[in-house]
Design a protein around this ligand. Sequence first.
Ligand code: SF4
Length: 291
Amino acid sequence: MSVPGNPQSNVALVKKPAWLRKKIGFSAVGALKGELRQKHLHTVCESAKCPNIGECFSHGTATFLILGNACTRTCAFCAVDKGATAMPDPHEPENVAAMSARLNLRHVVITSVTRDDLPDGGALHYVRTVEAVRAKLPGAVVELLIPDFDGNTAALDAVLSIRPEILNHNVETVPSLYPRVRPQADFARSLDVLRRAAGCGIIAKSGMMAGLGETDDELVNAMERLKDTGVKIFTLGQYLAPSRRHAPVVEYKEEAWFENMARAARSIGIEKVMAGPFVRSSYLAEKAGAL
Ligand code: SF4
């Protein structure tokens, strides 16, 4: 469903179609939030205003957001705070591990803001967090949803050397929209991150959003380039504008469209595809990761 009139119009004015309205179980959210705050932990579920938070929190799953909750980049679709950053919390790795054990997670997803202000982009903090989680939960699958480390291959290799079971890095949208939507990122650099992970035998995963103004051909071309890097898991969801200050939604995609795109991704040869209005890169991560 395309938004009437000027595509730059702020779709926040336009009611979301019925298939995009979702109840958030605030009680489940509240309970887990309390525990997370006690451990000074952040989740991308909260920071990015994810519509699935009620569902995931009620199932005792969450995606930990490490390295603080303020990002050094300004992606136009993202609700995460921008601006002043602080030094990484040295207790965070232990706290993520303790919370993962408390929730008895079988699949632990860890992501972060982008810290272009740190010499290694926070790579060592990722390593310490995975080590702490593995010490507490030796059998758990660890999925890392990482930034591009600004092309710093030594930092990326440090993270790859800890051999997460799944290395996730989202390309988010098509190259033509990067200047407007992901100004500090680079599509080819993101492909390099995924190619490097797949190249050392780690399951590579990436995700995109639809409805920002991309064409279907651009999306299929992006999926082909992802496949060529060795990506095995691909997620595709509907972009929802977190506020009127963020990039406007240009189009609401219907379920059938997502099914068609999922078929296209599978026919290109991507092994595992999750596509749908509410699909997010770590939504049902355990299911998506079961190759
Ligand atoms: S780099 Fe990640 S956390 Fe930072 S603004 Fe972009 S999407 Fe949000």
